[in-house]
Write a protein that binds this ligand. Structure first.
Ligand SMILES: NC(=O)c1ccc[n+]([C@@H]2O[C@H](COP(=O)([O-])OP(=O)(O)OC[C@H]3O[C@@H](n4cnc5c(N)ncnc54)[C@H](OP(=O)(O)O)[C@@H]3O)[C@@H](O)[C@H]2O)c1
Length: 386
């Protein structure tokens, strides 16, 4: 029996994780805690279905609704940011980290404090604070397994112990909903158009990140931090079929790839069962039906976010913290119709230009820089609204 906790339980990745646990053999998993932001109804329903020990919301205002929805179930209810950290810090064998954005960093660090395995979907935690995340894992002996599909793919095919044997790493991108769109079409893009992803079903923030290709930029940074390969040997290829998720090219000419149906349950199951495999009710990839696999270099003129992410990665930790925070502010503003679609990358670029890449040392410095970048980004959003 594995004791598990899901951080970000009511989201897209959280629900896929819950579905795998629910479908597993009785007694295979025991759910310690389910954590979400403010969706009391959704969290309580999931907690009842999975027989969780506790359900926790970040929003303290939502406590009443959660307690009411759990009345008579025997499931403990709690709310507030400290309650989230406390729940994440309860020792379990396996934690899914699927809170969206830098808000996930504190809970990730709390989960790493007790050891065990951390399945990391929350890429923003690595983008804004990788050294702190890795130090926390080292201190407790926790293992980090990546569930971003591209990184999980690379983990599966990265067999070389010697980094010098790796010629390059390739992560693929579907290209998002605006892969074929003109600049004029993108200038007029609405939130509804941006979240309509052609392949993956995901939360709103990552869907917009996919539309701007900032998601691939964040993944490029994530890959550089996870794998022993320098930035210049990490390549992004647009692959509209989203069948090949990640590839590793070795110095002997071998190119190893992981393929699969674009369904997050596969990489999550890989992390859940690792080092074993578990059966998942995912339609297997039918290559004959697919017919062809296409690959294109990304267009960084139409998708400047990818260029910005690479530049920030080269500039250093401070720049990637700023890039992530500015992007979160800009994406929220776009979803609230306070900023145009093309304004997202423009805000991020302006904030990076204004703030540079200050040195960051320790969690306080990261959180301070994250906050300062949010203030600067909010000002840049306002300037574009005027
Ligand atoms: N979706 C995918 O296919 C996919 C693939 C790879 C990686 N990822 C990464 O996984 C993460 C989650 O993505 P998603 O698509 O699942 O997002 P999502 O659907 O928007 O879900 C976000 C989850 O985080 C919770 N949350 C938000 N703010 C919180 C806070 N301050 N404290 C605690 N919980 C909070 C939300 O709770 P409420 O529902 O109550 O607001 C929800 O459970 C992101 O970092 C994303 O980049 C996602």
């Amino acid at each position: 029996m594995k004791r598990v906790t899901i951080l970000g339980a009511t989201g897209s990745v959280g629900r896929s994780t819950a579905a795998l646990i629910e479908a597993a053999a009785p007694g295979a998993f025991e759910v310690e805690a389910l954590v979400a932001g403010r969706d009391a109804e959704g969290l309580a329903a999931m907690a009842r279905k999975l027989g969780a020990r506790r359900a926790v919301l970040a929003d303290p205002q939502a406590y009443g609704a959660l307690a009411q929805a759990l009345a008579g179930s025997g499931i403990e209810a709690a709310a507030g940011s400290q309650a989230v950290l406390d729940a994440a810090a309860i020792p379990v064998d396996w934690t899914m980290a699927a809170i969206v954005g830098a808000a996930g960093l504190g809970p990730v660090l709390a989960a790493l404090s007790h050891g065990g395995t951390l399945a990391l979907a929350n890429k923003e935690a690595l983008v804004c604070a990788a050294p702190i995340v890795f130090a926390a894992a080292k201190a407790s002996g926790a293992r980090i397994l990546t569930v971003d599909s591209e990184h999980n793919a690379i983990f599966q095919v990265l067999e070389a112990r010697d980094p010098a044997a790796i010629a390059k790493i390739i992560i693929t991108a579907s290209g998002g909903p605006f892969r074929m769109a003109s600049m004029a079409e993108m200038a007029a893009a609405t939130p509804e158009m941006a979240v309509r992803h052609p392949v993956w079903s995901m939360g709103a923030k990552i869907s917009v990140d996919s539309a701007t290709m900032m998601n691939k930029g964040l993944e490029l940074i994530e890959a550089a931090r996870l794998f022993p390969v320098p930035e210049e040997r990490i390549e992004v290829l647009v692959h509209p079929q989203s069948a090949v998720h990640g590839l590793v090219q070795y110095v002997d000419g071998s190119l190893l790839a992981q393929l699969g149906t674009p369904d997050m349950r596969t990489p999550i199951a890989h992390a859940l069962a690792w080092p074993e495999r578990m059966a998942v009710d995912v339609a297997p990839l039918d290559l004959a039906a697919l017919g062809r696999l296409e690959f294109f270099p990304p267009d960084t003129k139409r998708f400047p976010a990818l260029r910005l992410a690479r530049e920030a990665l080269r500039a250093g930790e401070g720049a990637t913290t700023i890039l992530n925070a500015a992007n979160e502010v800009a994406v929220s503003a776009f979803l609230e119709r306070r900023l145009s679609f093309l304004g997202i990358a423009s805000v991020v670029e302006a904030v990076l230009q204004e703030m540079g890449s200050p040195a960051v040392d320790g969690l306080e410095a990261v959180l301070g820089l994250d906050e300062a970048a949010r203030v600067t980004a909010s000002r840049q959003v306002l300037a574009r609204a005027a």
